[in-house]
Design a protein around this ligand. Structure first.
Ligand code: BGC
Length: 378
């Protein structure tokens, strides 16, 4: 299976948008780094994908699977919202990988929380009533994790959280109580740092189009409750500052991970600030694709008079990086994350334990390696 190999080698303006204010929009998020495999603030080299931990984990899981029979085991999977591009890649790979490990497709029950915590909580209650063997949950609101954990633990069902990290005190509770609960995800600080480095690596002379010695940028944020959005916002700018750049935030708004909302935000910002905007930071690629539409409609040219970065490495964004219509992106390794989540679930099903935090690495993507990443993700 080609995809399995990957982790081995590698607003309606007024209503839908929200101005968070420049300055990062961030209270310091409360999540922990736990036992993440990434460095603090993630200064990983620009790289060809090399998530070797994924390789080891996949091999272990395959070995376990060879000895285990999971055909009658039932996995409940709660996704915060099916229409999210990135989570669609994630859940598709998760299902395929579980099947490859010996689970029956009929017993992998994946449900859409429709971005509504009450809906998702009802789905969790149903899975508990059904007596599933393990739950994999991408919470709508990570702040609901405590309530979710309590009911799942009371039902003696092991639990793997994915993508939206609960806060540090919640993770600490799992450890303190020796509960069969874990979180699988990448360190969002690293992705933000890489976004900033993608711009810093171009050099001040290239990026500073108006020659005032500063980088004027706009920030388009994902869901502000999500730690990925908080850290990407903060660390992208921090990386520029750490590289010695003076920065000026023109506007910082919430696009909720959505392409259409980002398009509107960036169109408005371009109308208001025009040529002053030198860099557009988007917390994910879906929003970067929306930003690109707005940039092109405004007659601006990426990599000539404006720079644009996202996160995820969606195929379309990679094609833009190759074509030079997006400056760069950061590969959010859904192969490694989905495989690690499945491997953790399998260990729980086998009666084994997991670390309370299972991390993975992001990969910086430029024109140099975009084709290689595209070949992997396609
Ligand atoms: C991804 C976003 C996605 C979000 C969902 C992030 O890690 O980068 O594209 O919308 O997760 O929670």
């Amino acid at each position: 299976m080609k995809k399995k190999v990957v982790s081995l080698i590698l607003a309606a303006t007024m209503i839908a948008t929200m101005v968070t204010g420049c300055g990062g929009g961030s209270d310091e998020p409360a999540a922990t780094d736990g036992a993440a495999t990434t460095d603090e603030a993630g200064t990983a080299d620009e790289a060809t994908p090399a998530t070797e931990t994924g390789a080891a984990d996949a091999a272990d899981a395959a070995a376990d699977a060879a000895g285990g029979d999971y055909a009658d085991k039932v996995v409940g999977v709660c996704i915060y919202q099916f229409s999210d591009n990135f989570m669609t890649l994630f859940r598709t790979e998760l299902e395929n990988y579980l099947i490859a490990q010996g689970f029956s497709k009929d017993n992998i029950k994946i449900v859409d929380g429709a971005n509504d915590q009450a809906t998702q909580t009802g789905q969790i209650d149903n899975f508990i009533a059904e007596g599933v063997d393990v739950l994999i949950i991408n919470p709508v609101n990570s702040s609901s994790a405590e309530t979710i954990t309590d009911k799942v633990v009371a039902a003696e069902i092991p639990l793997v959280y994915i993508n939206r990290e609960p806060d540090a005190s919640e993770e600490q509770r799992w450890a303190d109580n020796n509960w069969n609960v874990t979180y699988v995800g990448c360190d969002a600080k690293q992705s933000g740092t890489m976004q900033g480095e993608l711009i810093a690596d171009l050099g001040l002379e290239t990026v500073d189009k108006n020659g005032d010695g500063k980088i004027q940028y706009i920030m388009v944020e994902g869901d502000p409750e999500n730690i990925d959005a908080q850290y990407r916002t903060e660390y992208s700018v921090k990386a520029l500052e750490d590289a010695g750049f003076e920065v000026e935030c023109l506007t910082d708004q919430v696009g909720n991970w959505q392409q259409d909302q980002a398009q509107q935000i960036v169109a408005n910002a371009l109308g208001q600030y025009g040529d002053d905007i030198e860099v557009v930071f988007c917390n994910n690629d879906a929003m970067a694709l929306g930003a690109l539409q707005a940039i092109q409609s405004a007659g601006r040219t990426v990599n000539e008079d404006i720079y644009l970065v996202g996160v995820d490495a969606l195929s379309e964004a990679l094609e833009d990086v190759i074509a030079g219509t997006m400056t760069g992106t950061v590969f959010n390794d859904h192969f490694s994350q989905s495989h690690s989540a499945a491997d953790a679930a399998i260990r729980f099903v086998n009666g084994e334990t997991n670390e309370y935090y299972i991390g993975c690495d992001y990969v910086k993507v430029t024109t140099e390696n975009a084709q290689e990443v595209l070949d992997m993700v396609k």
